[in-house]
Design a protein around this ligand. Sequence first.
Ligand SMILES: [Zn+2]
Ligand SMILES: [Zn+2]
Length: 225
Amino acid sequence: MDHSTWILIAEISNFIATLFAIVFVADLLVGFVHWAEDNYGQVHWPIIGKSVIEPNLLHHSKPKAFCKNNWWQSADYQIMGALTLMVIASFGGWLHWELVAVLALAVNGNEVHKWSHRSKQENGKLITWLQDHKLIQSRRQHSNHHSGDKNTYYCTLTEWVNPILEKIHFWRSLEWTIEKVTGVSPRVDPAVLKRQARERAQASTITLPEITYSAHASTVYLEAV
Ligand SMILES: [Zn+2]
Ligand SMILES: [Zn+2]
């Protein structure tokens, strides 16, 4: 191969790597905002408390409730945030196409998130195909975020960023660092607190028959003696 062919291969490789980096950063940004809302957002905060944090809490207790929102309702705050960043970037002289691409993907994070809560029929053939071929986050992977303590799998765009972040304990390390530096610990989601209280109540009712049974057994034993 001649020199110009090698240059062409290098340029194509560089372009593909840039595309991967754009998708990675966009999904990381979506996950970061989601993580911050879930762990530190408070309903009493001005402006975003009612409009962002409260719907976020509702999503954990009623996951399908936000599916009725249209694209604009799912992306309004993200668009405002992206435009603000673009204005700042243009003043700083770093408004490049890569940044615009990251923000264009990130503003759609909630829309793709919504698709993870819709049935295959609701999503239609194209979105289902993209999910099934792991080109966007699958419904199965996003269900990880809604299980357990709801503190994993924050990224909602792709299928491949979350496993990397979970493997390196990215979110827990971030929370640990914030707690060390500021003393602020992440809050537990109310839906998780409710589930834990339910589990504790169930555990206490499960032990009751055992106590009754052993008391009865000892009575039988004493009677037998
Ligand atoms: Zn969440
Ligand atoms: Zn969700």
